[in-house]
Design a protein around this ligand. Sequence first.
Ligand SMILES: [Zn+2]
Length: 177
Amino acid sequence: LLGAQQGAAAIAGYGSVPSAVAQKMVFDAVSDPRSRATLRRLYATPASGALVALESRSRLFPKGLADFIALRDQRCRTPYCDAPVRHRDHARPHARGGATSAVNGQGLCEACNYAKESLGWQVNTAIDENGTHTAEFTTPTGTHYHSAAPPMPGTPKMPMTEAEIYLNGELLQVIAA
Ligand SMILES: [Zn+2]
């Protein structure tokens, strides 16, 4: 948020709103299917820097960010796995400086999350030039596997306006807080 202080939050285009209202907006954003489409849409918009800023100081993924990662990834990100997402994993481990962020976060199934840690796999995540979240898995023997988040269902042809991008970015930062 621009100026989150004293129980109020400044949201572009809305001015100052009580933080309870801002939280309600965020809650609605992650629970309403239409707003989920907005999250997908934001994610699919490479012009927006908001996704990169989607980061929490917490070691654990807060619910909004966890929901976002599950919506984005849909299935376990280990190449060829395709099991339902059960864990939100730090691609670069938190203990080694990995951020609790949309970029460093990935959805994994339980088995793959434990396998990744016990087998010493390395995963490097990034956002490519099309706005797609990518993950490069490297096994201890040096073999590379590439994983990309699936295309967003119903991705619109129309780009978002700058105001939409900005407002959504502000809301997503609240989600990640
Ligand atoms: Zn898996």
